[in-house]
Design a protein. Structure first.
Length: 702
């Protein structure tokens, strides 16, 4: 794919204050960077460096999606990098697992011992060595480049990286052919925006600025979310659906489009395959049935359908909160079809965006970066990261293969973030499990490691990024030298590979070479000069069809999948009445506003804002349990219990509690967090986690 490197966008400029870049003084150097965190915004950064120290991290005012603004979290990134608790030397465990007792050792001693331990295990079966990583950095280089090469060469077990987005991502990909959608800047032109399963103010701030511009220009904003989020507060309407019922709402909307003649039949005939059987299914979902399933009024379903059908352009900003339930993949498929049914794609301010990451496939080369050819024909088993609690406790068997003997964790904190964490902890505490963690801090996971290796932060290494919220590739240049003895992930795996005797030339590739291998389709001169380049994608990419499917048409029933349908949650009054009798409250666990998954929890200025783990509860549910605001609560089910402070603040709907996360377990009141309660059950598509498919009961702590 060719690239447009001018950075000029055909979008309405947003009316927000912009920083005016000034020429650096003689002793202040400006470095271009990119935010590495698991957020759709992927902001372009201007990093000011003086005397070898970062003095300011700001948004690039010239990068259209960032427009000079950063969230509270990343604006304090220098504080995180210079945090007094940074791990800056290799550490070896000297106390019991979980005690947090370590001693400093040299890199040579640490890597020699780690290599020897891994070689001994690999001699028995390399599949007993398990990598575990996710989106602690979204960078292509410091993520899965040299690390993937190392594990492929070793023949280690593979990891299904499912923990965030797999159900929704696969659902949309099945429909459109890839994770593709609208340009985020074009939401300024929408006249109706459905913000579906997203607290955009907290987790997609820059999209929110575009939505606010649209609202100032007369657009109507509707938030669809079980929780009355900060975003819902600012929208024109909030539909507080029950968790896991998004598919039922989509089918109810389809019913109304059909019976009122609101379909764009020409667009369907030209650009959609398989509509007829879904049409019949949707006709079985009148607004009364849809409203009953979702916990809405009939008028809410009917009014939303009419507004969506008759407003042009109409857009959906879908996010991943709605797919962390049993039927998340089916729900994403149904919602992704809605803009096809009304022809919303005909205008650039119409359509849908869940993820833009699929647009980057034309300019990046995962195989060149990760080198799957190093497997040399081997096909190691794959372990799902969302079931790591069960899998660490599984014995060797013909079905599973060897017992997991070694775990190498990087860019993740599974003890805090993986579901059913009591089992995760038990697995990590196995005395026969050898665990190595690459980290910035002594997280809950690092506390259970045999070795903790100090990794660099984004300010200290080179990387290249795509985005799942916009269509710009970004380069991150190192702003400062690594602090202490910290090393980039790439260098750690290079040195470990050498000790393992891996002499393949690819292990000598520099980070600069990896950047170019990751993105062979980019203009790297422009990327270095500007810090970002825009992909050449049509303004209204599907106005004439042209989806990324085999025939260019949106697919209702792609190969290998059944007709999409509403699947009720595993745990609900409708699907599990006996369980609901004992645990009558549905619990969702959205991120606290000032944390990003488990990142930033240890930044004191941000933790002080959040205070402590909170459980939002509706006044009626609180009154039935004699709970007052501020009371300490025990939240429990068959999987465990955790303590949280009650908040009766109007954000929880009746029958639902909101456990804000993800706190480090050791910072919780009882050494646990909300994932003590979540299940390892998997989604309908993609085998993703079902964090928001969870029944609990709540009582005053004693």
């Amino acid at each position: 794919m060719a690239l447009c490197n001018s950075g000029v966008m055909n979008a309405i400029p947003i009316a927000i204050p912009r920083a005016i870049p000034t020429a650096p003084t003689a002793d202040v150097r400006l470095v271009r960077g990119a935010c590495p965190h698991d957020c759709p915004d992927t902001c372009a950064l201007h990093i000011s460096v003086q005397d070898g120290k970062v003095v300011k991290v700001a948004g690039d005012p010239n990068h259209p999606p960032t427009h000079g603004a950063l969230c509270t979290k990343v604006s304090r990134y220098a504080e995180r990098t210079a945090h007094p608790e940074r791990v800056l030397t290799p550490l070896r465990r000297v106390g019991a697992k979980g005690s947090g007792r370590f001693e400093p050792v040299s890199w040579e001693a640490a890597l020699d011992d780690i290599a020897a331990r891994l070689q001994a295990i690999a001699a028995r079966d390399p599949q007993a060595i398990q990598p575990y990583s996710y989106a602690g950095t979204m960078g292509l280089v410091q993520g899965e480049s040299m690390a993937a090469r190392f594990f492929n060469r070793l023949g280690a077990a593979r990891l299904a990286r499912t923990i965030c987005s797999e159900a929704g991502g696969q659902g949309v990909s099945a429909t459109y052919g890839a994770k593709i959608g609208m340009h985020t800047e074009h939401y300024t032109e929408s006249r109706l925006i459905l913000i579906w399963g997203s607290n955009s103010i907290a987790s997609n701030l820059h999209f929110w600025t575009f939505a606010q511009q649209a609202k100032r220009d007369g657009a109507r904003l509707v938030c669809i979310d079980p929780r009355r989020t900060e975003t819902a507060d600012k929208c024109d309407e909030h539909l507080a659906i029950r968790p896991g019922t998004d598919g039922a709402l989509a089918l109810g909307l389809m019913h109304e489009l059909i019976v009122h003649g609101w379909l764009d039949q020409d667009y369907i005939d030209r650009h959609v395959d398989g509509w007829a059987p879904l049409r019949e299914r949707a006709l079985a979902w009148p607004p009364e049935r849809s409203a009953a399933a979702c916990g809405l009024s009939v008028d809410q379903v009917q009014s939303l359908a009419q507004a969506y059908a008759t407003t042009r352009p109409a857009a959906i900003r879908l996010n991943y909160g709605m797919q962390r339930v049993r039927g998340g993949g089916n729900a994403a498929r149904l919602i992704a079809l809605l803009p096809c049914l009304i022809g919303a794609w005909r205008q650039r301010g119409g359509g849908l965006l869940l993820s833009a990451s699929g647009w980057f496939k034309d300019v990046k080369d995962d195989a060149a970066l990760q080198r799957p050819d190093l497997l040399a024909g081997r096909q190691p088993r794959t372990v799902n990261m969302s079931t790591i609690g069960n899998d660490l406790l599984r014995p060797a068997s013909a079905e599973f293969g060897p017992k997991i003997e070694a775990l190498i964790v990087y860019n993740s904190n599974p003890v805090a973030v993986a579901p059913e964490s009591a089992k995760v902890v038990a697995g990590f505490q196995r005395p026969d499990l050898f665990t190595v963690v690459l980290e910035h801090f002594l997280t809950d996971t690092a506390d259970l490691a045999d070795y903790v290796l100090p990794a660099t932060t984004q300010l200290e290494h080179r990387d290249v990024h795509l985005s799942y919220g916009h269509t710009y590739a970004l380069l991150n240049q190192p702003a400062i030298a690594p602090l202490g003895q910290a090393k980039p992930n790439t260098q750690i795996f290079r040195e470990l590979a050498a000790r393992m005797g891996f002499d393949d030339p690819c292990f000598a590739d520099s980070d600069e070479q990896l950047v170019r291998q990751a993105y062979p389709g980019l203009d790297h001169a422009a990327l270095a000069a500007q810090g970002w380049v825009k992909l050449a994608i049509a303004d209204a990419p599907f106005a004439q069809g042209g989806f990324k499917t085999a025939n260019g048409r949106a697919q209702v029933t792609p190969p290998g999948l059944a007709l999409p349908d509403y699947l009720p949650p595993y745990e609900s009054q409708a699907s599990a009445p006996e369980l609901a009798r004992r645990y009558p409250l549905a619990m969702i666990s959205p991120p606290a506003r000032n944390f990003l998954n488990s990142s930033f929890v240890n930044v004191k200025s941000l933790r002080d804002i959040e205070g402590e783990p909170l459980l939002e509860i509706h006044p009626d549910d609180a009154a039935a349990r004699a709970i007052v605001d501020g009371a300490m609560l025990r939240v429990f089910n068959d999987r465990g219990s955790t303590l949280s402070r009650a908040r009766i603040n109007g954000r929880a709907r009746p029958g639902v509690v909101n456990g804000l996360g993800v706190w480090w377990r050791k910072l919780g009141a009882d050494g646990s967090n909300v994932n003590q309660l979540t299940s390892q059950a998997l989604t309908d598509i993609g085998d993703g986690p079902t964090f928001y498919d969870c029944l609990v009961e709540v009582a005053l702590a004693t």
